[in-house]
Structures are given as structure tokens and as C-alpha cells.
Design a protein around this ligand. Sequence first.
Ligand code: AMP
Length: 544
Amino acid sequence: MRGLMMDTPLMITSLIRHAAQYHGDTEIVSRTVEGPIHRYGYRDAFARISKLANALTGLGIEQDDRIATLAWNGYRHFELYYAISGIGAVCHTINPRLARDQIVYIVNHARDQYIFVDLTFVPLLETVAAQFTSVKGFVVLTDREHMPDTRLANAICYEELIAGEPTVFDWPDLDETQAASLCYTSGTTGNPKGVLYSHRSTILHALATNGADVFGFTSRDSVLPVVPMFHVNAWGIPYTCPISGAKIVFPGPGYDGKSLYELFDTEKVTAAAGVPTIWMSLLEYLRETGKKLPYLERTVIGGAAVPRSMIEEFQNDYNVRVSHAWGMTEMSPVGTTGKLKGSMENLSEQEKYDYRVKQGRVIYGVEMEVVNDEGSRRPRDGKAFGELLVRGPWVASSYYNDERGTAASFTEDGWLRTGDVSTLDADGFMQIVDRSKDLIKSGGEWISSIDLENIAVSHPDVLEAAVIGIAHPKWGERPLLIVVPREAGKLSKDAMLAYLAPSVAKISVPDDVVFVDELPHTATGKVYKMGLREKYCGHILPTE
Ligand code: AMP
């Protein structure tokens, strides 16, 4: 027997319609590329989204067409998210930090029709536009006054494009499984692979991540997504906030500590989200200036392992609760977040930090298994590790037009292979031991590079650290620690190793330490380990 409930499709437009109707005056605040702070309410945002939807239709854009964006977090980008998906087209967010030939690859692979571009990235597009095979035109996200003198063919001014359009639009009824947005993973090998989200997956992810133990945004929150809208839809936050009517604060191009602090302060930001490197620069700024964060209550940090020292500093010095989260582009992206369970309240502070440093607890809707090399399930005891498999309604089932990536990344019975090696416990807390290709195998034992990095960065003189395996004639591989010191010449190799030794097993103590000015990063802010492995493959360890 079928249930007798309404079969209302889960549509992205329903989010903004709800917010416009019931939270119409709640602000969306943006630092603009042009300079000034822009602010308007959800009601006015929806009116402009409707104008944009009319304009897109006027450009001849039809359902399924891919429309690209190359833009910072800001109100015009927000409008594009809703207008493009709302008319049934696909919003393809391009990560401007990708290598130029990768940008050319994904634009051509997606067969993008138009590219909406922030002023900052016009020069970048000018250098590659001649290689695009499907793009009909470019729209610059600015007004007439700031239109650049550009070599881009058919460059349209965004404000002029939408100016004369009506503030209402006849939104089509779409199937909820219709594609809504597209994001390419910046894999460290080969060309990026496209993950194609649907209206349904986006709404379910937004509902689940807004749970009180996950992001838990309310109409009283002011939320600053530092995580970019060009990387996994800013963890879905532009879709999550309208559900509860939370205020959104978009940082635009201002990712430095000072610019971020200004917004935290003037916009009374209560909740934020971003990758660890962003918080490193904010904490550095706060330390230097002695400023505090009186309004900020909590922040979600993920995308790379959060060092324990960062969680402690936020808690002890700023009274800000860090929730350590884990996810992937293929997962929309959230799979875990780190709020402790009620039963953990009586644990000692140290035991609580032991949990909070893990990658978080599985959220409802995501299933997880840890398996060994033969694919057999490992116990949920927080100790046994193996490859992490996931599945669920906001997890990709294949890559967009890419058989190569699909075959390698999914099991025959439909689980996504994350490529992460982790443990899982009975409470659902997951801890990443390493990326499978970053684990170091020394004399038959596994050494976690993440563990060593976390301890290294807790040293007060260390800004950033990475550990890679170096070939060793006796042990197979041995760890090399690469350190960016806060001050050149202050920290010695012996002091660094002496600092690590008490906290790790003897076999995990690195064989050598190299000091560098900076580490290479991928387009999504992770340390580019493959680049480091290439650079140091000939490094001679003193133990050889
Ligand atoms: P991306 O698809 O670019 O977001 O990258 C996803 C990958 O980032 C995951 O498979 C992990 O390897 C890594 N990652 C994400 N969150 C964390 C975290 N909290 N700790 C460690 N690694 C993480």
C-alpha cells in the first residue's frame, strides 16, 4: 500500500522562496570585489534572482545547459546559484585556483555555455578563453561603472543584463532528480572529475546538515562561510541558511585575517565554516593584535585535519567551540561533524579533546563502513583501520561523463571508495589515519603522516608541517618531516625531533627534518603531497 502524502518535489527554489517570504528582512551581507560592503534582505535577493532567471531565459539558456561561475563568495554568486538551478540549468562552479589547463579542460568537458566571472578573474579568463569550445559569452559580475576594458568576446555587464527584467518569474516544475549544480574535484592526479548534484540531493543535504548536532543554524545566527562557493557549494551553506532564515555574511575576496576579523566584528558573526589554513591566518592576526571574538560561538573546520592545538586555542583563548568535520566533493560534501554526545559530558577535558580531534561523528543519512584490502568489514572499535566506504542520498553514484573515474572509485555493490584510511567507533566517531596514498609503510608497520603533522604544528615555532614517506633501503619507507617555521633559524632539527619523540611510537619519529619557506597547496587548500614527494624523491636520509 502506498502512503497518501503529497508527492512534493524537493526543489532548490523552495529554499529561497521560504526565506523571502518569512525572513524577508534578514540580511545577506557581502564584501564586494569593487570594495564597499553590500547588504540586502532575502526578499530583495529573491526579486533579483527572479530578474536573473528572466535574463538567463532571454539569453536562450535552456534546461540542462551548463552555466559556469568563476567568482568569490558574494551576493551575485548567490543569485546565480538560485537562478541557474531554478530554471532547470546546471550551475557549474569553477575553482579559480586550478591550473589554467585544468580550467580549460573542465569548461570544455562540461560544455559550458556562458561564464559569469568576478572582476578579479577576468584577466585569468582572457588568457584561456581562445581554447574554449562551447562558450557563447561572458558576463562580468559588476555594474557599468566598473566594467573592465576586456579582451573577452561578447562580455556583458551583469547589472545591465538584469536591469530591465521583471521581479517575478514563472519557475518551472522540475523533477527533483534534475541536475542542479556541478563541481569538479581537484584530484592530485589526472584531470578533475565532475560531481553532478541534483535538486533532491542538495535539499536533503541542506536539511541534514542543519540538524542541531551538525551546523545547527537558527534565525538568530549570523553565519560566515569562509569556505568558498567555488568548492563544493561552500559546504551547502548558501542552501542551509535560508531554511532557518540565518543571516549570511559573504567575505568576497577578503580571506586575510584582518578582513575576516572586520566582518566577524561588524556583522556580529556567531557561526562560521572553513578549512584549517584560513583559521591559521585569523588566529595569527588575533595573536598579533590582541583582539578577541566576542560574538563567535562556534565554527566548523574541515577539508583537512584540524590540529588539536587549533581546537584548544579557539576554546581556551576565544571561547569558540570547534566542530571538526569531514567530507568530500563527492558527498555534497558533509559526512561527519564533531559535536560530542551528551553521554560524553562527564569525560575529562583531555578525553573530550581526544574525541574532538577526530574527524567527527557520522550524520544521519550517510552510511559508513571501514574495510580491509579484501573488502571485509572491520570492527567499529575506534582502533581497526582500513579504507572508508560511504553511501547515501547526497553521495555521488558516478562521475559526470567519466567512465575512467567511475570504475576506480565505486565498489560493485554501490559504495563510494573515499581513498581515506580511517577508524570508526561504536558512537559513529570517525578518525582519518591518512589518505591511502599518504600512509607510510616502514618495516611492515603503518605510520600516519597526519598524526605526525598534528603534533609538529602544535610546537609554538611551527607554522605548517607536512610528512611524506621517503624510500629507504632497509625499511621500505621512512618519514621525512618538512616544516615551515614561524621564524627562520630559530628552530633546530634536534629540537623538533625531541619535541615529537615523547608523543609518538619510536618507529614513527621522522628520520630527517627539512625547513622551508612555504609548502605547496592544491586548489582546495590541501598540502600538495604528490608535489612534495616528487621534489624530495632523491632526498638522502641520514639513516641510510
Ligand atoms: P575535497 O573533495 O577536495 O573536498 O577533498 C576531500 C578529501 O579531503 C577527503 O577525502 C579527505 O582526504 C580530505 N579531508 C576532508 N576533511 C578532512 C578532515 N577533517 N581531516 C582530514 N582530511 C580531510
